[in-house]
Design a protein. Structure first.
Length: 136
């Protein structure tokens, strides 16, 4: 069989076990020096970071002057949304000057998936028996 690549389809991602991808030439050099013998390819950052030094206006919610946390992730066990929400609720229990905005999806963007996420959130929140929000 020789040194053949083994591929495995995982969702929409194709995992290739005979190829190493990294973000920078420096990282590629470090990987090579560590003894990796498979081909190493630099896959540049998918973001335009040329504007990184420019000031960005903070995200604002009209009429809300508190702290905003924003999390973007795939709603799967590996990302542990339960831990994120439980930590948020316990840390800011009873406070109304902090908000967590979630941008997430399950397997797609269907109403069924949205309802499943809402049900998870409600079930986890109910289990904590939190204090009500403070006034003002």
């Amino acid at each position: 069989m020789g040194n053949r690549c083994i591929t495995q389809r995982i969702g929409l991602l194709l995992a290739i076990r005979c190829l190493d991808l990294t973000m920078t030439a420096d990282q590629a050099e470090i990987i090579k020096k560590s003894g990796v013998t498979t081909p190493i390819h630099v896959f540049p950052e998918p973001l335009d970071i040329t504007n990184a030094e420019k000031a960005v206006d903070p995200f604002m919610i009209p009429g809300f002057g508190g702290t905003i946390f924003y999390s973007i992730f795939h709603w799967i066990e590996r990302k542990d949304p339960h831990a994120l929400l439980t930590t948020y609720w316990k840390t800011f229990e009873g406070k109304n000057d902090v908000v967590l905005i979630l941008k997430t999806f399950k397997t797609g963007y269907s109403e069924k998936d949205f309802e499943a996420i809402k049900n998870d959130i409600q079930k986890w929140k109910d289990a904590l028996k939190l204090k009500p929000l403070s006034e003002g």
